[in-house]
Design a protein around this ligand. Structure first.
Ligand code: ATP
Length: 268
C-alpha cells in the first residue's frame, strides 16, 4: 500500500545530473566529453540520447554506471552516488555487441551474473526462466549463442541485464548492428517489455525514428564539447503501434530532434 514516504520516493528523480562536466586528459590534451550536463529522469521514463559520434552519450551512461567519474558537478542514481548505486545493483547494462560467451548456453549466459551474485541455484533457474519468457526466448535456453540470429542474441543480452531485476536499464546502441526489419521488431518488443516491467531506461541511439518511437524523453546532444542541445518530452501516447511513425505528431517530434541536431552544427 502506498504511503506518504513511498509516494515521495516515487516522485524523486531516479537519475539526477546537475552541471556534470567530464574532462579526459589525453596525450593530445584535454577532451571535454561532457559539458554542464543537467538532466532529471523520473521512475519509469524511457530516455533516449541521440547525437553524433563523440558527443558524450556513452560517457554519460558510463558515469551513471560508475564506470567513469565526473570531473565536477553532481550526479545521483536512486538518490545515491553512482558507486553506491552500482554496489546496490541499481542497473543492468546492455551493449551494442550482445557479448555472450560462446561456450555457455543462452541460459548459462543469463545465469552468470546471478552465479556471481550468489543466488541459490533454484532461484537462478526461476529467474532465468522468467526473463527468457519476458524477451520471448522461452525454449532457447539450451541453445548456444551461435545457434541464434543477431536479433535473438541481443534479446538474450537484454534478458541477462534483466535477470537480477535492477530498476534501471542502461542500453548503449543495442540494436545499432542489426538490419532495419529486425530493428523494427525489437523496437516494438522493447516497448512492450518496458510497459510490462516499468524499468527506467536510458537508451543511446543514432537513429531519429528509433529515439522518437521509443522515448518518453529525448535528449539531443552535440560534440566538442559534449553537451545537451535540447530535451524533448514526448507528446506521443505510451501505446505506440509501429505505424505511429507516420503520424503528424511523430513527424513533428522527429523534426524537432533534427533541428536540435542541426543546432549543434553537425550531422549524425
Ligand atoms: N577513456 C577515454 N579517454 C579519452 N577520451 C575519451 C575516453 N572515452 C571517451 N573519450 C572521448 O570523449 C568524447 C565522448 O566520447 P563518447 O564515447 O562518450 O561519445 P559517444 O557520443 O558515445 O560516441 P559514439 O556515438 O561514437 O559511441 C569523445 O571525444 C571520445 O574520444
Amino acid at each position: 500500500m502506498a504511503n506518504a514516504a513511498s509516494l515521495s520516493q516515487t516522485a524523486a528523480p531516479v537519475i539526477d545530473a546537475r552541471g556534470v562536466n567530464l574532462v579526459f586528459e589525453t596525450a593530445d590534451g584535454p577532451v571535454q566529453a561532457l559539458k554542464d550536463v543537467s538532466l532529471s529522469v523520473t521512475k519509469g521514463e524511457f530516455v533516449s540520447f541521440i547525437g553524433p559520434s563523440g558527443c558524450g552519450k556513452t560517457t554519460f551512461l558510463r558515469c551513471v554506471a560508475a564506470l567513469e567519474t565526473p570531473t565536477s558537478g553532481a550526479l545521483t542514481v536512486n538518490g545515491m552516488i553512482p558507486d553506491q548505486a552500482r554496489r546496490a545493483r541499481a542497473y543492468g547494462y546492455v551493449f551494442q555487441a550482445a557479448g555472450l560467451y560462446p561456450w555457455r548456453t543462452i541460459a548459462g549466459n543469463i545465469r552468470l551474473p546471478l552465479e556471481i551474485m550468489g543466488f541459490p541455484r533454484a532461484e537462478q533457474d526461476a529467474r532465468v526462466d522468467r526473463v527468457l519468457k519476458l524477451v520471448d526466448l522461452a525454449g532457447f535456453g539450451r541453445k548456444y549463442p551461435w545457434q541464434l540470429s543477431g536479433g535473438m542474441q541481443q534479446r538474450a543480452s537484454i534478458a541477462r541485464a534483466l535477470a537480477f531485476d535492477a530498476d534501471i536499464l542502461l542500453m548503449d546502441e543495442p540494436f545499432g548492428a542489426l538490419d532495419e526489419i529486425v530493428r523494427d521488431r525489437l523496437n516494438e518488443e522493447l516497448l512492450s517489455l518496458w510497459a510490462r516491467t516499468q524499468k527506467t531506461t536510458l537508451f543511446v541511439t543514432h537513429s531519429i525514428p528509433e529515439a522518437v518511437y521509443l522515448s518518453t524523453k529525448i535528449v539531443v546532444m552535440s560534440p566538442r564539447p559534449g553537451r545537451i542541445t535540447d530535451i524533448i518530452d514526448s507528446p506521443l501516447p505510451r501505446e505506440r503501434p509501429l505505424d505511429i511513425r507516420e503520424s503528424p505528431e511523430f513527424l513533428a517530434v522527429a523534426h524537432r530532434v533534427r533541428e536540435g541536431l542541426r543546432a549543434g552544427h553537425v550531422e549524425v
